[in-house]
Design a protein. Sequence first.
Length: 288
Amino acid sequence: MTGAAHLPWLDQIWQDGYCIIPDALPRASVEALDADLAEAYGAARFGSGDFYGFRTKRFGSLLRRSRWAADLVLQPVILSLAREILGDACERIQLNVAQAIAIHPGEIAQFPHCDHDMWAGEKGAHEYLLNVMWPLTEFTAANGATRIYPGTHRQTVEALDQLGVPIAAECQPGDAICFLGSTVHGAGPNQTQDVRRAAVIGYSLGWLKPYENLWLAYPPEVARRFPAELAELAGYCQHRPNLGNYEGQCPSILLRDGVSEFPRATDALRDDQKAAVREFAEAQRGKR
């Protein structure tokens, strides 16, 4: 799937608030990720709290736990979707989360929620987030498949009784469940004897504080092994003007050897700002 192949999915996301892309990655790649994460799934502790779930395990930093996680983050059709959806409100997007989730037998349904509620900004003018749930095991209505409430991205929901009937996002490893940060959703209950595993990859506006602290998850000694596009998504870039800098420089300098203790602070402005600042500065110099 390349080029304009993402456009039908874009239409569906704007219409329904979600889409399920079949065969977005080879099943073998997803199974390899699941195998790499097996030890971490075993060591992780159950959550504490009614939202995260007392029978659910979660852990992040997936890009340093398995080389296969990068395939999820860099899937080209989904990256195109994220940039189309978020690009009107930011210069560049960023990785918001790369987290593994395991819902164990006996877990109850998760509270229906919108992920964009983690940010206090005014809602409705633009989207803040695109989330992608990647099943690592089969998703069924019985084992806790994500429940999505279609159309809620276009509604103001103030009480749960305003919600309609959700759909259970039943699908297979290799499929991708994409939904907007404004779409109400939640994990379903696991009424089986099997564990439901998944990885969630989220993309948000580049000027927001991300859900996952990227620089702690991927410090320079880890991120310098990433390809350039992945490092940028993981926080090693600036969002003009000058946001997210390190000593006045793009933080990507930390991925190189021999960084000065005092790098030279250098403007990182949008083109319109650069022109206005240059005009003002030249006028000031002319007065001297």
